[in-house]
Design a protein around this ligand. Structure first.
Ligand code: IPE
Ligand code: IPE
Ligand code: MG
Length: 247
C-alpha cells in the first residue's frame, strides 16, 4: 500500500486525458466507445480527488485543435458531453463540487453551452472542490485573448503600461480565479503539452504514464500522487536552501 502524506497533496491537479481512441482501437471498437469509457474514468477520478480533499481539478476535455477531428467524432463527443453533464450534475451538487470552465465555451454546440451554463450557475456556491473543464481550449489562444483585453484596458485608461506584471497578466487569463497547477498528469505516454495551460504550467510537476485514459483508476492516481510527493519543488533555489527553510 502506498502511503500518501495528507499535508503534501497538490492543491491543483491538471490532467491531459489522452488515449481514448487507442483504447477503443485495441478492442476493435469505435473511437467514441473510448470517449464514453474516458468519461467514466473522469467521473471516478473527480470523486477520488474530492475524497482526498484536492481543491482544484482541471480536465483537458477538448482542445482548440480537436476541432480538426472528423465531424462525426466531434458530434458524438459533444453528444456524450451533454448527456453525461446532465446526469452528473446531481452528483456535483451532492459532493459540493463547483463546476467551472476555461476555453471558448461559446464555440460549442448550443445544447452543450446550455447544460454547462446551468451546471455552473447551480454549483456556484459549492465550495468542496472546483472541477474545471477545459473545452475548446488552447493555451496560445488564451494568451492572445488576454493581450487583446489588456491593450483595450490600457487604451481605455483602465490601467497603464507600468501596471502590467505577472500577477496582473494572470488575471486576464481564463484561469484568473484558479491557482496554477501543482501537478500535471498526462496519460497514454505522449511527452507533450499539446497547447494546454502554457502560462500556468511554468512550475508544475509533470507526470506521464503509459496507462490509457479509460484504464486510469484510483490506483493510478495514487501512484501519480506518490511520485509527486517524492519530487523536490525547488522553484530555482538549491536543495540546501530548501532544507534550511524547512527548519
Ligand atoms: C483523448 O483521447 C480525448 C480527446 C482528445 C477528446 P484521444 O481521442 O486523443 O485518444 P488517442 O490519442 O487517439 O488514443
Ligand atoms: C490533447 O490530446 C487534448 C485533450 C486531451 C483534450 P490530443 O490527443 O488531442 O493531443 P495531440 O494532438 O495528440 O497532441
Ligand atoms: Mg490523443
Amino acid at each position: 500500500m502506498v502511503q500518501l502524506i495528507e499535508e503534501k497533496l497538490p492543491r491543483h491537479i491538471a490532467i491531459i486525458m489522452d488515449g481514448n481512441g487507442r483504447w477503443a482501437q485495441r478492442r476493435n471498437l469505435e473511437r467514441i466507445m473510448g470517449h464514453q469509457k474516458g468519461i467514466e474514468a473522469a467521473v471516478e477520478v473527480v470523486q477520488f480527488c474530492r475524497e482526498k480533499g484536492i481543491q482544484y481539478v482541471t480536465l483537458y476535455a477538448f482542445s482548440i485543435e480537436n476541432w480538426r477531428r472528423p465531424q462525426e467524432e466531434i458530434r458524438a463527443l459533444m453528444g456524450l458531453l451533454e448527456q453525461n453533464l446532465r446526469v452528473e450534475l446531481a452528483k456535483l451538487l451532492e459532493n459540493n463540487i463547483r463546476l467551472m470552465t476555461i476555453g471558448n465555451i461559446d464555440d460549442l454546440p448550443l445544447p452543450v453551452v446550455d447544460v454547462l451554463e446551468d451546471a455552473k450557475e447551480r454549483t456556484k456556491s459549492c465550495d468542496g472542490m472546483v472541477l474545471n473543464l477545459a473545452l475548446s481550449y488552447g493555451g496560445r489562444d488564451e494568451i492572445v485573448l488576454a493581450v487583446r483585453k489588456l491593450i483595450r484596458d490600457v487604451k481605455n485608461k483602465i490601467l497603464s503600461e507600468d501596471d502590467i506584471n505577472e500577477t496582473l497578466f494572470s488575471n486576464y487569463l481564463f484561469t484568473k480565479e484558479i491557482p496554477d497547477p501543482d501537478l500535471l498528469i498526462r496519460t497514454s505516454g505522449e511527452m507533450r503539452i499539446s497547447n494546454f495551460l502554457l502560462w500556468q504550467l511554468a512550475y508544475t510537476e509533470i507526470y506521464v504514464t503509459n496507462v490509457l485514459w479509460p484504464d486510469f483508476t484510483r490506483e493510478d492516481m495514487i501512484a501519480a500522487l506518490a511520485e509527486y510527493q517524492r519530487r523536490e519543488r525547488r522553484f530555482g533555489r538549491t536543495s540546501e536552501q530548501l532544507l534550511e527553510t524547512a527548519h
